[in-house]
Design a protein around this ligand. Structure first.
Ligand code: 8IG
Length: 278
């Protein structure tokens, strides 16, 4: 018997790794693709990447796969797609949305996609997001490679005495590959806040003081879970807005969506070129 999909799953009462195995088996069954190579999680502004990457072999509604829920954020696609990467014989597993920590479904739900990617055979994961930028030179629409992170959630996806080394969490090798596509790509440290509110200007100053260049509400917990299962990680942020207090204008989710739409074509081109080289 398989675990029921969608909201029916209570992550507290299951083994999250067994659930990831079930999800991967269901993805293989529904897509006909037995093994995937590279996983992508598409955050705000990155949603068009799947269309540019190659032929879509299957598009599966999140609700059909154990442990996945429909998209909670406007502008995200609640599908899992299997795409044959153009010019290669590799298959990408593309998550069109993610579960955010602020949704309150727990950290196991937040990292379920990462664990499913591993169970589906992936060795590499590309984590993307839309975020606020602390460097005033990064106009909305600027993509930035993540070099390291600050996990400000006071939580971890790992349970018990699971001591995982996070040196070079965001692979220097994969950042080099990305820069071979676009040498002008900047890089920075990403701070994950809990959200769902944006930061106060004082919190943004704090983030800057402790070493952040980017502020967002995702990615860090996923990266920790990805390292734990041995995935090589590429992180890329799209700066969709200046962080609070960096520019005079207040933040709005509409601004984020508009900047994402504006940059979508360029981001999709950039990322699909990078993924072909991974
Ligand atoms: I898109 O300015 C996006 N996500 N925490 N702060 C935080 N998350 C974000 C922001 C931002 N912009």
């Amino acid at each position: 018997m398989t675990t029921p999909s969608s909201a029916a799953v209570n992550f507290d009462s299951v083994d999250p790794f067994a659930l990831a195995d079930e999800a991967a088996a269901e993805i293989a069954r529904l897509s006909g693709v037995q093994r995937h190579d590279i996983a992508l999680v598409l955050g705000s502004g990155w949603g068009d990447t799947a269309d540019r990457l190659g032929e879509t072999v299957a598009s599966i509604d999140n609700e059909q796969v154990p442990g996945f829920a429909k998209a909670a954020v406007a502008g995200h696609k609640g599908t899992i797609r299997s795409v044959r990467i153009e010019g290669t014989d590799k298959h990408a597993l593309i998550f069109g949305t993610r579960t955010h920590y602020y949704e309150g479904r727990g950290v196991r739900a937040v990292v379920h996609g990462v664990r499913t990617a591993k169970a589906a055979g992936c060795e590499t994961i590309v984590l993307t997001n839309g975020c606020g930028g602390l460097n005033p030179e990064w106009a909305p629409g600027t993509p930035v490679l993540i070099s390291d992170h600050l996990n400000l959630t006071a939580n971890s996806p790992l349970e018990g005495a699971t001591f995982v080394d996070l040196t070079d969490l965001y692979s220097a090798r994969l950042r080099e590959v990305a820069r071979s596509v676009d040498p002008s790509l900047a890089e920075g440290v990403y701070a994950q806040f809990r959200g769902p509110h944006y930061e106060t200007p004082a919190e943004v100053r704090m983030a800057k003081t402790i070493g952040a260049d980017l502020v967002g509400m995702s990615t860090a917990l996923e990266a920790i879970a990805a390292r734990h299962v041995g995935l090589e990680i590429l992180g890329i942020s799209l700066v969709t807005n200046a962080a609070a207090g960096i520019s005079e204008v207040p933040l709005s989710h509409q601004e984020v969506i508009d900047a994402g739409k504006e940059a979508a074509g360029r981001c999709a081109d950039l990322l699909s070129q990078i993924v072909r080289k991974l």
